[in-house]
Design a protein around this ligand. Structure first.
Ligand code: SF4
Ligand code: SF4
Length: 339
């Protein structure tokens, strides 16, 4: 590994807020691991006036929050350019659009690089064969073409790679690709049992074991970072003596859906457990029991919601003591080459 390589755990705090704003749930694709669940998140597309009012709510409540605009596919929203422009005038610290790369409604022609911090592209393989088996036929070519067009126009681009047993073998090969595409940030995500995955009988076999994760992901992340890219990946497993913290207790994150539900924890999104909701354009607290009551529980396994929804990630000794703890899904490791 490059001697200049720096690695750090990115602790979360109340001083750093993130607003993950799903403008709609519609999408042109049907990825195998899609976490959108229309029964829980709604099928509506928010109109521009409502989006502005909801942005006002978060700009006032969490000044300097990082705003991430998502869907579904957010570029399917015909007024995404106006949304980006409006967000730029409000008190957000950064504005990112997460896209599958199809870039509908000529979005690259309708906003300027100075109006947006990142277009973040989702790609799940270093080859078309692997990516398209997960995200659908032709998606590799479209996503690569979208990244190239965005970079050529001067937009900062990042890439999200959701790791599972279907594409772990190609993670390290992404190093060559990121250099070629000119991306500056690379996010590794872990496949969760949410949305489509929760319905998929085979999805449990797609999650990496602790051994697979530890043996592969940090080394591949370092290899990609050697290309001059900042690589971020979830910590997932805590070492003995490392502090467990629940972002639901100590951070200020909002996962906003078009039906008005506002969650504090993404692992709760398949359940009507949202701590907050937007009603009549006001953010209100939900009555008990909601996710915030679960965050308050201290258990030896670490993350309470992981214990409830994906307990197969845990292991115990003969006395019933957990072998390790699961970190908060929002605790990240960041690795990059010191300049
Ligand atoms: S994961 Fe994203 S791109 Fe894929 S179907 Fe879901 S919303 Fe669409
Ligand atoms: S993932 Fe676990 S630790 Fe993190 S906010 Fe959710 S419940 Fe808390």
């Amino acid at each position: 590994m490059d001697a200049r390589m720096q690695k750090r755990t990115v602790a979360f705090s109340r001083d750093c807020s993130n607003v993950f704003f799903h403008l709609l749930t519609a999408c042109n694709l049907a990825c195998r691991h899609c976490y959108i669940n229309v029964a829980q998140h709604g099928e509506n597309t928010l109109d521009i006036d409502t989006i502005r009012r909801w942005l006002d709510i978060f700009a006032e409540r969490a000044p300097s929050a990082n705003l991430i605009l998502l869907g579904g596919e957010p570029t399917l929203h015909p007024e995404l350019a106006d949304v980006i422009r409006y967000a730029g005038k409000r008190a957000f610290g950064s504005v990112t659009v997460d896209t599958n790369g199809f870039l509908f409604h000529d979005i690259l022609e309708r906003v300027d690089p100075g109006e947006i911090d990142f277009f973040s592209f989702s790609l799940d393989g270093a080859t078309a064969a692997t990516n398209d088996a997960i995200r659908g036929r032709g998606t590799y070519e479209r996503c690569i073409a979208g990244m190239r067009r965005a970079a050529a126009k001067g937009f900062a681009t990042s890439l999200i790679y959701t790791v599972s047993r279907l594409n772990l073998h190609e993670l390290e090969s992404m190093a060559a690709l990121v250099k070629d595409l000119g991306i500056t940030r690379f996010f590794i995500q872990v496949i969760g049992l949410r949305g489509a995955s929760a319905e998929d009988a085979h999805a449990r076999q797609l999650q990496l074991s602790r051994r697979e994760w530890l043996d592969t992901v940090p080394a591949a992340a370092a290899r990609i970072a050697e290309q001059g890219v900042i690589v971020t990946y979830p910590k997932v497993f805590l070492n003995a003596g490392e502090l467990f913290e629940c972002a639901g207790r100590v951070a200020d994150n909002y996962f906003v859906f078009p039906n008005g539900r506002v969650y504090r924890c993404p692992l709760c999104e398949d359940y009507p457990l949202n701590a907050l909701a937007i009603e009549n354009n006001r953010l209100v607290e939900m009555p008990p029991i909601n996710e915030s009551h679960l965050f308050a529980l201290d258990i030896p396994e670490g993350c309470v919601i992981n214990r409830l929804v994906q307990p197969q990630n845990l292991a115990y000794d003969a006395a019933g003591v957990p072998d390790y703890r699961i970190a908060c899904c929002m605790l990240k490791e960041e690795i990059f080459v010191r300049q």
